[in-house]
Design a protein around this ligand. Structure first.
Ligand code: NI
Length: 178
């Protein structure tokens, strides 16, 4: 089990474009994904992108399960996505609160496409194609943004809706970071 250090906003690597994975099924990729899963689990995250642990490759993981801490959050299947591509389904966007393991303690209101189709490969090189909406779609868009060097604060329309979680939600409203 290897929990890696998560890079935080200000680190230039988080603002760089990550590279495509050249060989999707490899021992190195397998090790990377294991470390990402260990790190995400240790931090109770909803998702994690490889650049967040300092690896500039196009790999994301995500997954959310029923948790009494987050009763308003829909479940998201545990997924490893290599070289992902997102296609919006329609123009509809909606605002929702997000947090990021690279921006600890903060929350922001971020517009995202409501419905998307995403594609990529699993760790064995098997293609994945899925349609998603709502929180599932939001998490995937957040993670894939990391691969293009975009952190969620860059997408906030009104910075009055960016702040410390404890201040924004004194009654303890909470979401998993990703
Ligand atoms: Ni994030």
């Amino acid at each position: 089990m290897t929990v890696r250090v998560v890079r935080q906003m200000g680190d230039p690597l988080l603002f760089a474009r990550a590279q495509e994975v050249p060989v999707v099924s490899s021992a190195a990729l397998s090790q990377l994904v294991t470390d990402m899963k260990d790190t995400m689990a240790a931090l109770s995250g909803a998702g994690l992108a490889a650049p967040q642990i300092g690896v500039p490759l196009r790999v994301v993981i995500f997954g959310v399960h029923a948790n009494p801490r987050y009763p308003q959050v829909a479940e998201v299947p545990d997924t490893v996505l290599v070289n992902p591509v997102i296609e919006p389904l329609g123009e509809d966007q909606e605002e929702g609160w997000e947090g990021c393991l690279s921006v600890p303690g903060m929350r922001g209101l971020v517009p995202r496409y409501r419905r998307i189709r995403y594609r990529g490969f699993d760790i064995d090189g098997v293609p994945i194609v899925r349609e998603a909406e709502g929180f599932h779609a939001r998490v995937v868009q957040h993670e894939c943004d990391h691969l293009d060097g975009v952190l969620y604060p860059l997408r906030i329309h009104d910075l009055k809706f960016f702040g410390y979680e404890a201040t924004l939600f004194p009654e303890g409203y909470s979401l998993p970071d990703s």
